[in-house]
Design a protein around this ligand. Sequence first.
Ligand SMILES: Nc1ncnc2c1ncn2[C@@H]1O[C@H](COP(=O)(O)OP(=O)(O)OP(=O)(O)O)[C@@H](O)[C@H]1O
Ligand SMILES: N[C@@H](CCO)C(=O)O
Length: 305
Amino acid sequence: MNSAVRVTVPASTANLGSGFDALGMALAMHDVLEVEVADDGLLIEVAGEGVGQVPADSSHLVVRAVRAAFDACGFDAPGLRLRCHNKIPHARGLGSSAAAVVAGVAAGYALAGHKLDDSDLRDEALNLAAEFEGHADNAAASFYGGAVIAWHDGAKHRAVRVEPHPDLAPIAFVPEVTSSTGTTRGLLPERVPHRDAAFAAGRAALAVHAIGTRPDLLLDASADRLHQEYRRPAWPESMRLVDALREAGIAAAISGAGPTVLALPTGAGALPEDLPLTGFTAHRLPVDLDGVRAEPLGAGGPGTG
Ligand SMILES: Nc1ncnc2c1ncn2[C@@H]1O[C@H](COP(=O)(O)OP(=O)(O)OP(=O)(O)O)[C@@H](O)[C@H]1O
Ligand SMILES: N[C@@H](CCO)C(=O)O
């Protein structure tokens, strides 16, 4: 059993255009957390994203996830110390909440003495993390790294990994404004036309092939009919950028529930000069291939690394 662990967890982009709630990909932008079992109490320190905004009590997402993992393992700890070094921006569509939950679950399993290299245990931990979100696209990407296909089999959340083509060179255009996933899910209709569902099935299937084997097909593969247009009023500038990138022949979509825009060019070539980029910061983020990692910390615990 470890009494303290350091967890490194990647950001993620969900949907990839056509694969609403099903496709995801891990991106090389990481939160690093140190979690230690203590004799009593709860101490939370946050640096970087979320300072002064996330709660400093037991409602903190990471703490809730650690506790859920403890429950799943039949383990308990009288107190906890948590130190978060957050890089993933919150409420921008880069899977910050899923990353926090995945990190907390991974920490909880590690502190309870379980290694997540056992595939059954990893699947169980993924299901636990995905239950926090209600869909596993972001959580699976942060868990496994690479690209993922996520689904619910009627009893639990499941996912498989797809090896991304090495030429994929994702760019995240992150705006200053935020957008809550809960709010933009509220903009989605109960029903969609059958022709749109059929379109989505074809493009999502194509997306899996494109991501792994034929990135040149990503422009067609990333075309969405299930969520972006319904959510356009929440982030019109982001949709304007998606439209401009696609018109320039570059595969692009809203990342997760927005407002970040994901572009999936191949190679690190220059972008067109007339893109509507005001208010966005571009980050070239390679695909993270490792997923979440937990390592034991020395006897000194958080703050010694
Ligand atoms: N590292 C973190 N620690 C604590 N709380 C977090 C952390 N990251 C996210 N959260 C909580 O989750 C909220 C953001 O969740 P939300 O699902 O709206 O956005 P997201 O996960 O960044 O984007 P998306 O799900 O579209 O990829 C934050 O406002 C905060 O309450
Ligand atoms: N598939 C999710 C990702 C954000 O959590 C959505 O678009 O709402």
